[in-house]
Design a protein around this ligand. Structure first.
Ligand code: SAH
Length: 219
């Protein structure tokens, strides 16, 4: 698994593109500069596309999110070192790696067994400290809650109450929510057990958040 100067140069160009699109957080931009996204894209043939600002198909009909979306979600979460962060939808592991670089304690759930196995190994091989779980994100991780921040990276039909319960007061949840034909990126800040402050952050495109675990695997 090679990370060359060419890849590093491509990442710097990607960062300039993200800045032009409105990403301002220096720590987020630095994390994008550091994480070798091409190693998360699955097929080496796609190497040269890895630093374009677009989403990619990976195994099991899933996608690696668009860098802009990863950057925006991460910026909205305002991650501080050592915070406990729950991610729903490990997928390629790229978003989880970005959070790990920011110093978060990352707990990430994936419902597709095949992806779970492959990505757990990749994150370990690349030495990113992320705890991965095969499970249904609708249930969160009750044994590890509460979390400072929660990020959902699959389009949810609604915000699962369980996840809101597993968020600390003062904590932030960022999620794409299905709204008719569209998906809207929303940020919720938990003010008390019953009060939340919501802001909307534009349209986005994610694969759907589905219930249950898919145990099918070809590995
Ligand atoms: N964060 C990922 C994005 C992956 S796409 C990345 O950086 O690459 C969304 C992922 O969410 C898919 O892998 C999909 O299988 C997973 N997913 C969908 N519904 C889920 C659920 N209920 N629980 C856990 N994972 C889910």
């Amino acid at each position: 698994m090679i990370d060359s100067f060419v890849h590093k140069g491509q990442r710097n160009m990607l960062v300039s593109e993200l800045q032009a699109k409105g990403i301002t957080s220096e720590i987020v931009l630095n994390a994008i500069r550091q994480v070798p996204r091409h190693l998360f894209c699955g097929d080496a043939a796609l190497d040269r596309h890895a630093y374009m600002d677009k989403a990619f198909p990976i195994e099991s009909g899933q996608t690696i999110s668009q860098p802009y979306t990863v950057a925006l979600q991460t910026q909205l979460m305002d991650i501080k070192p050592a915070e406990k962060v729950l991610e729903i939808g490990t997928g390629s592991g790229y978003q989880a790696a970005i959070l790990a670089v920011l110093g978060a304690n990352v707990y990430s759930i994936e419902r597709q067994k095949e992806l779970f196995i492959k990505t757990t190994k990749l994150l370990k091989d690349l030495k990113y400290s992320v705890s991965t779980f095969l499970g249904d994100g609708f249930n969160g991780l009750p044994n590890y809650s509460p979390f400072d921040k929660i990020i959902v990276t699959a389009a949810a039909p609604y915000i699962p109450r369980t996840l809101l319960e597993q968020l600390k007061i003062g904590g932030i949840l960022v999620a794409p929510i299905v709204n008719g034909e569209k998906q809207i990126l929303i940020k919720l800040k938990k003010l008390s057990d019953t009060d939340f402050e919501q802001t909307n952050h534009g349209e986005c495109e994610f694969v759907p958040m589905l219930e249950g675990i898919n145990h099918e695997t070809s590995i």
